[in-house]
Design a binder for this molecule. Structure first.
Ligand code: ZN
Length: 265
């Protein structure tokens, strides 16, 4: 195994003393079927490898180990699913953030790879922020939605590249961990969901093979472009935040904050 100082789990106490980092990226994943063409750990691997690429471009940034489980109950009809209850996952994310706070870290970026984690991220980050307002927490809750805003509208061929194990997810996996992908077995179903409302589905209502979207349209070339634009964008945002001291307040708000609390006026 090659040592990478951007990975906190590779560092020794001596490494940390010699080159302390001031911000961490927390990758979040899941363990669940992604169809016949992608590994169960796709979401963790994707989030982790993207996080490492981002950390390489931003000074004093290190990556926490990826959380390899998430809230996956609605995927349980397909093997192999290991799921956390939402209260368990919320507690884990909260405990991790509290721990890095105790270590003196005040800048955190969450990089999430799995849709089922979003509610727990939301609750945990709001609770930790309220407990420690001086902590700055940002999150890429859904990299696939971020990419939708960054890529040209005709970039993907089917269903805007979406889907669990779909065109977009297999493409980026082919760029990040091609050895674990089997695009020759790619299969998926494009679900026919009603527009404008959010259907609360069991995944087995949407697909018979553990994947949605059209992964047969996935290519490594698309994945390389996706990875590049996503990594550069997140790294650019973190660099700009560093330059501002992560002070995203407008001047009048900053001025008002200096005078103290709002109540009793
Ligand atoms: Zn996934």
């Amino acid at each position: 195994m090659e040592k990478n100082l951007r990975e906190i789990q590779h560092q020794t106490a001596a490494d940390y003393q010699a080159g302390p980092f001031e911000k961490v990226i927390l990758p979040l994943g899941s363990l669940e079927s992604h169809g016949p063409h992608l590994p169960f750990g796709t979401d963790s691997l994707t989030a982790y490898l993207l996080a490492l690429e981002v950390a390489r471009r931003v000074p004093k940034t290190a990556v926490l180990p990826s959380l390899p489980y998430g809230m996956s109950e609605v995927y349980r009809d397909f093997s192999f699913t290991v799921s956390l209850r939402p209260e368990t996952e919320t507690a884990i994310i909260g405990d991790i953030l509290e721990s890095v706070y105790r270590e003196g870290i005040r800048r955190v970026c969450i990089l999430n790879g799995h849709d089922g984690n979003i509610p727990s991220i939301e609750i945990a980050t709001r609770m930790v922020k309220a407990a420690h307002p001086e902590m700055k927490i940002v999150s890429v809750d859904a990299w696939w939605n971020t990419l939708e805003k960054l890529l040209p509208p005709d970039f993907f061929e089917v269903w805007n590249g979406l889907g669990h194990g779909g065109e977009g997810e297999l493409s980026i996996a082919l760029a990040l961990f091609p050895e674990l992908c089997e695009p020759e077995n790619a299969r998926g179903v494009v679900p026919r969901l009603p527009p404008y409302i959010d259907v609360k589905w069991m995944f087995s209502e949407l697909t018979d093979c553990g994947a949605t979207g059209d992964p047969t349209r996935a290519t490594r070339e698309k994945g390389i472009r996706m990875k590049k634009i996503l990594v550069e964008t997140i790294a650019g945002v973190l660099t700009a935040l560093d330059e501002s001291g992560w002070d995203y307040r407008s001047p009048e708000v900053k001025e008002r904050n200096l005078r103290g609390r709002y109540r009793n006026e």
